[in-house]
Structure formats: C-alpha cells, structure tokens
Design a protein around this ligand. Structure first.
Ligand code: WQD
Length: 338
C-alpha cells in the first residue's frame, strides 16, 4: 500500500520538484497551494513529466478549518510544508504579513498533523545561521538572531516543530537548505519569480535572455578570494531528492530522535563571480554585469557541512554546477518559447 504525502505550496519552485521525485519514488502525492506566488505552469509541468494528473487542491493553510478538512478527508502519512512567503526584503517592509502567513499556516498544519498522526517535514533555511563565525556550518552551529522577519519565521517554525514533537509524541525533520538553484532537466518546471527576481540565478538567466538589461553584482569588496560573497548553491533536483530520503526515514521509522535537523547543501562554496563565469562558460553566452554597492543584510560567506545528511539520510548532492546552470538556462529559454 503506497504512502501519501501532502505537499503544501506544491505548485511552487521547490514544491513542484519535490512532488516529481516523491511520485517517481512511489509515493501518492497531494498538492495544495493557494497560488498566491505562482501560476499553473509548474503544476502542469509536473503532470507532463509524470504523465498523469496529480490531485491538486487550491487552499490557504491559514484557514484552519480547510486545513483540518484536508487531513480528515485524506490519510496523509507525511506533510512537507513549503507554503510560505520567502522574499527577504519584502519581509522587512511587511513583517505582519510574513508573521501571520508563515506562522499561522504552519501552526494549522502542526495541529492537523498532531490530530491525524502525520509526520512533518519542514522547509527550513541556512538563513538561520546568519553570518556564521566558522564555515562550513554543521547542524550544531549556533543559530544567529535573524536579520529579517523571513529568517525569523524559519527559526520560529523550527522551534514550533521541535516543541510539538516533544509535547505530543510527533515526528519531524527540518531540512536547512542553502541556496536552491537550477531547474528540472526536462525544462518543464523551474524557478518562476514574480516581477524582478530577488535571487541571483533567475536574475542571471533573465539578463542572459534579454528580460533584464544588466546584472548587478552586489559588492566585490568583501573579504573573500575574489571580493564577492560565497554561498553553497544546491541543485534543485538534488534538493528534491533529499526530501524523498527524509520522508523515507520518517515513514520507515528509522529516525534516531523524534526531531532531527539536516543541512542540505553541497559543501562547496562558490562566489557570485565564479557562478557568473560558470554560467557564461557552460552556456556559451556573454552576460552583461557590473559591480554595484553591497546589498543590505547579505551574509559574506556561508556553506554547508552536509556530512550528517550523507550519513543519516543516505543523501549527497551529485549534480555539478555546470549541469545546474545549463538546466537553469534551458528553463529560461523554454519560458521564452525558444
Ligand atoms: C546570493 C548572492 C547576493 C542577486 C536568500 C534567502 C535564503 C533562500 C535564498 C529564499 C548574494 C548576490 C543576488 C543579484 C547579486 N531563500 N546577488 N545580484 O540572499 O543568499 O539567500 O535566498 O529563496 O533563505 O536568504 O540568495 O540569490 O538573493 O543572493 O549579486 O541580483 O548573490 O548579494 O551574495 P541569498 P540570493
């Protein structure tokens, strides 16, 4: 009897890629999304990749009654929670919007998971480490006080999950992603930022395709080898596979502790300039970029020690940054109808 996984925010960038991997691993997947930050492109792409229509429910997890109805009407073995606002800058300008949406939705999911015996997998972020004193960071590295309401909601939701596991005998895993980039090799699903992209890779691909005039590299005077910030860019398909490994661990009862945290990164720091040059090289395109002033709140250098996920989840990133950037470019060209 196959197990059922609910993917909240499943029509989004990460949710859609995770849905593909879960389905291909034999799970029945229910996608629920309020479509506030995406359209049907990725959902349609998921169905095309899988060759079948997946159950899709348009709903808002801030609606407790709707959330409980969903869990009451479906036997859900595990829920993966992606449905949240995620723009760092916007969260600074709109803290109430971010706290209400990101916290209420997760609290409703935790209540329903508690009532229905569902395992919980939370989409956390390396942003909880802030500017680490030492890199690479392990899961024991201290969390720094958040520099944005967005980052604060990630820390608070980790704590909600930890406390619910302790109080109610639930099981939960938090995956701390580093910088998710790329697209599915089919070029049928990928990152679909609304308006001007906040993140680096979609801005690169949109500049390369001619949608943006020039890429600003925010700061080249940092204390790093080439003066630009260092990050751990994790391929979206590698990231999606990590979720399958985490769900397997929960539903097969292989957890060491009822609440576990894993860094999901490559362990390979890359600078902005290195990523830009790799993109130009692998895709044979010339990118129009300039060095601009630093961006407020940027971390100088953060990358993962992913060894715990390798040991416990049996997961390791396998795709090269060249493969990832080629897939990102193929996706952008697909969006442009090229
Ligand atoms: C990466 C690097 C920028 C755009 C954030 C969240 C994280 C995760 C990913 C939400 C930085 C530089 C960027 C540009 C640039 N979650 N950059 N020009 O800030 O590391 O992480 O997004 O999606 O939780 O914190 O990602 O891609 O914005 O920036 O030079 O136009 O690229 O300064 O050094 P970040 P990013």
């Amino acid at each position: 009897m196959s197990k059922t996984v609910l993917v909240s925010g499943g029509a989004g960038f990460i949710g859609s890629h995770v849905t593909v991997e879960l389905s291909q691993a034999g799970y029945d997947v229910i996608i629920a999304d309020n479509m506030s930050n995406c359209d049907e492109t990725n959902y349609n792409g998921v169905c095309a990749i899988l060759g079948k229509k997946l159950p899709f429910i348009k709903m808002d997890f801030c609606d407790q009654a709707a959330t409980d109805k969903l869990f009451s009407e479906n036997k859900i073995d595990a829920v993966i929670h992606f449905a949240a606002f995620k723009a760092v800058g916007e969260s600074v300008a709109e803290p109430i919007k971010y706290y209400k949406n990101n916290l209420d939705s997760f609290l409703n999911i935790l209540q329903a998971a508690k009532d229905h015996g569902t395992h919980v997998l939370f989409s956390s972020s390396a942003t909880v480490y802030g500017e680490p004193d030492v890199a690479p960071v392990t899961e024991q590295s201290p969390r720094k006080s958040a520099t944005s309401p967005y980052g604060n909601t990630k820390q608070m939701c980790e704590d909600f999950l930890r406390d619910c596991v302790a109080a109610y005998g639930m099981h939960g895993i938090a995956l701390r992603y580093f910088n998710p980039i790329g697209a599915h090799p089919s070029a049928l699903i990928g990152e679909l930022p609304r308006g001007i992209p906040n993140n680096l890779v979609p801005f690169i691909t949109q500049t390369a395709i001619g949608k943006r005039e020039c890429l600003n590299i925010f700061g080249n005077d940092y204390p790093t080898p080439d003066g630009t910030c260092l990050r751990d860019y994790i391929d979206i398909v590698d990231l999606a596979k990590a979720h399958v490994c985490a769900v397997n661990r929960m539903v097969e009862g292989r957890m060491d502790e009822p609440y576990e945290i894993f860094n999901i990164g490559t362990g390979r720091p890359l600078s902005v300039l290195e990523l830009v040059n790799a993109f130009q090289q692998v895709n044979g395109v010339k990118l129009n970029y300039r060095f601009a002033p630093r961006r407020e709140g940027d971390t100088i250098a953060v990358w993962a020690d992913p060894s715990l996920a390798e040991r416990k989840l049996g997961w390791k990133a396998t795709r090269t940054v060249e493969e990832t950037l080629a897939a990102a470019w193929a996706w952008e060209k697909h969006l442009a109808g090229k």
